[in-house]
Design a protein around this ligand. Sequence first.
Ligand code: IPM
Ligand code: MG
Length: 405
Amino acid sequence: MDGKDPVDRALEHFRGIIQEQMSRVEELNHAEDWVDYEGIKPIIIGVVGGDGIGPIICDEARGVLEFQLKEDTMDGKVQIRTIEGLTIEDRVKVGKAIPDDVLEALKSCHVILKGPTTTPQKGDDWPNIESANVAMRRELDLFANVRPVKIPDQGIDWIFFRENTEGAYIMGSKGVAVTDDLAFDFTVTTNQGSERIIELAFEHAKKHGINRVTVVTKANVIKTTDGKFLDIARKVAGRYPDVEWDDWYIDIMTAKLIDPARRKQFKVVVLPNLYGDIITDEAAQIQGGVGTAGAANIGKRYAMFEAIHGSAPRMVDEGRAQYANPQSMMRAVVMLLGHIGHEEKAAELEKALDVCFTFEKRIETTGRPDGATAQEISEYVMETIQDPNLEDKWSSFQKELGVEE
Ligand code: IPM
Ligand code: MG
């Protein structure tokens, strides 16, 4: 150690953090406008394979994306490019969550389709560098992590708006071990950061005629930061008199998600980063597993689409990577298509995915050799999108399950 008093060293560190965040708030005050994809030609889509099962499931999702955008690609309206260099090996080599040249390549795209990347944790085989996901969300200011979960025959249609750039994540690698015995991490909440995500949730509700936004915090205990999030929610809600809202604490919310009577009432849920991380895994599990859910990471300028789960190194170690379920990445493609203005193509792909994964299930992955491979699933999905009877098939499955349209 440098012989300095540990308290002074920690205070100095804390001062640096505060200053950094003060500048960030300043920047948030000058936030740019939403990008308009209609005026962009070509829309550049970067594809990042990731680690572990990432390249396998990402490749299959890319095939579906390319198919849906075939005409646009030929007309020069869309360009799909591969971005190399974001594997854990590459990141470890330069000791950075995202190598500089990769960050530059990402910033030369408008939207990104990303396979899961491995996040080292303290004590494992990799040096403890920051998560590439978390860094990308911060660097590209992807403040909204939007995660839909649907179980049509149980009346579940949730969409989670997880704050994606603040909270417990913002200081990920900047906590301070004051002494061997004493460690601090930090959580940060700003008015600007809370307002933009809560507003997006209310806007979504308004646009889709959904009369319920649920705000989730632990404001009874985490009074300063979660208290702020809830205060801002109250303020934003005041601007949407036609959308009802309620607030829940994260603990009871977690319980209510497995209460069949209550859970149907939730629709749009908005919450700080860490709670959003946890509860969306729970929600995805209720839907059928984390392999079934995709996520959109939306910012005003950039957007990134990914699976909600990790890179499953265990599947790779056990030689089962080819049996991974590409559904999560394909659901991410649905969101990507919708985001760049291809609502119809998005809806068509979503119907095909519903038929393949929820209704018909002619083949299924189990993660093991007794199930289908990612490639077989992809062929099944491609065949289904091209099925002239897709629409009818989807509707009759809906009816069979008693789903109200
Ligand atoms: C997610 C993941 C990431 C997160 C990890 C990989 C850092 O769990 O996207 O939910 O915690 O945000
Ligand atoms: Mg998570």
